[in-house]
Design a protein around this ligand. Sequence first.
Ligand SMILES: [Zn+2]
Length: 110
Amino acid sequence: MAIVNCPECNKKMSDKAAVCEHCGFVVDGLDANTLERKRRRARADYINKLTAQSMLAMLVFVVGIGGLFYFRDDTSPDPTWQSQISIGLMAIGFIWYIVNRVRLLNTRRK
Ligand SMILES: [Zn+2]
């Protein structure tokens, strides 16, 4: 038994399974060409989705940096709550971006 990607939702499934347990796509009865074409399409869609999410993560990060400069208050030693939110956005954007890049790399390697 080998693990392959579902031609419809791109999640992992057994190559012996007749139906995808994640999306219910019926694999049984499809010829190898159709399966391969659908599989490539699902993979491309998944890569596009991850790329779009990477862009969004980058945007969140940049907004965080912008906020940090915009809400900077040199008169007070304590960061303003806006600065703290900006730092949070930067952290979320950064981590989200890295996670997406790793997922992209893992997908492309296959
Ligand atoms: Zn599926």
